[in-house]
Design a binder for this molecule. Structure first.
Ligand SMILES: [Zn+2]
Length: 263
């Protein structure tokens, strides 16, 4: 088994632990990008994150998945593209060569690896986040940050996306949402809130992805508390930008250093 499968299993078990309270049953998934080979490992469908084993991760080539997303972005979602995606997901193999169907939510990770320059991607369904994402004014509850560490870890502005059906529509929604966000803010979203669904976070390392999720969950609890105490008062936008600036610089430097190492 590769080190990536081992590290991904460790991340999954932490994220899927009952104590973490981020997923139950077969909810959620995680993925890691093997950048030098342009392929990634993602959770096989139906696996319980807290019980994941190294053989529960399957390999997929990034290129064909990106082609489907690009086609959908240009021409819209279609049954033909959904069938092409399902064929890719159904033929994936683990490191032992066994065929295991990849998660239906795989395209969320594809967007992260293709468009965001990160190598680790974590998707969970934390109850406080889903409560807000299922609330009537979910988008406005996520129009700013509520405490400084949220701005530092998750970025000064969350990306909130409306509900989309799992599969191609979900992936396309995340792809278009991320591209629009990057165009508007000149940076990646640190946390993506999926309407009536869950949370996606990312990192240059596994601990970044999990740490960001933990802060996002705390921030969701704070929002719920603030709503119960009369309403949310966001950190002023200028202050959130200033707080977030320095770690972003550090991240940028780390990305540059990694590029130097791999070139
Ligand atoms: Zn999900």
């Amino acid at each position: 088994m590769s080190n990536l499968a081992r590290d991904l299993t460790e991340l999954s078990r932490k994220a899927g632990s009952p104590l973490a309270d981020l997923t139950i049953q077969a909810e959620g998934n995680a993925a890691v990008f093997d950048r030098s080979n342009n392929r990634f490992l993602v959770k096989a469908s139906g696996v319980v994150m807290g019980n994941a084993k190294e053989e529960d991760w399957v390999w997929l080539e990034l290129g064909p998945c990106v082609e489907i997303l690009e086609d959908a972005r240009k021409n819209g979602s279609s049954e033909k593209l959904t069938a092409a995606l399902n064929a890719i997901l159904a033929s994936s193999k683990n490191s032992d060569g066994q065929v295991r169907k990849a998660s239906i939510e795989t395209l969320v990770h594809v967007v992260a690896f293709h468009s965001m320059g990160v190598d680790w991607s974590l998707h969970t369904h934390p109850t406080p986040v889903v409560a807000l994402a299922a609330s009537k004014d979910g988008a406005s509850h996520y129009s700013g940050t509520v405490f400084p560490d949220e701005a530092v870890m998750c970025g000064p502005v969350p990306l909130f996306l409306p509900f989309a059906n799992p599969g191609l529509d979900l992936g396309l929604g995340v792809y278009e949402g991320v591209l629009e966000y990057q165009g508007k803010y000149g940076r990646n979203p640190g946390q993506i809130i999926l309407g009536n669904h869950g949370l996606a976070t990312f990192g240059v390392g596994a601990s970044d992805a999990l740490g960001t999720t933990e802060i996002a969950v705390k921030a969701a609890k704070i929002r719920l508390g603030a709503l119960g105490a009369g309403g949310i008062e966001f950190v002023p936008k200028d202050a959130a930008e200033a707080i977030a600036f320095r770690p972003d610089e550090i991240l940028r430097k780390r990305l540059l250093e990694r590029e130097k190492l791999s070139s």
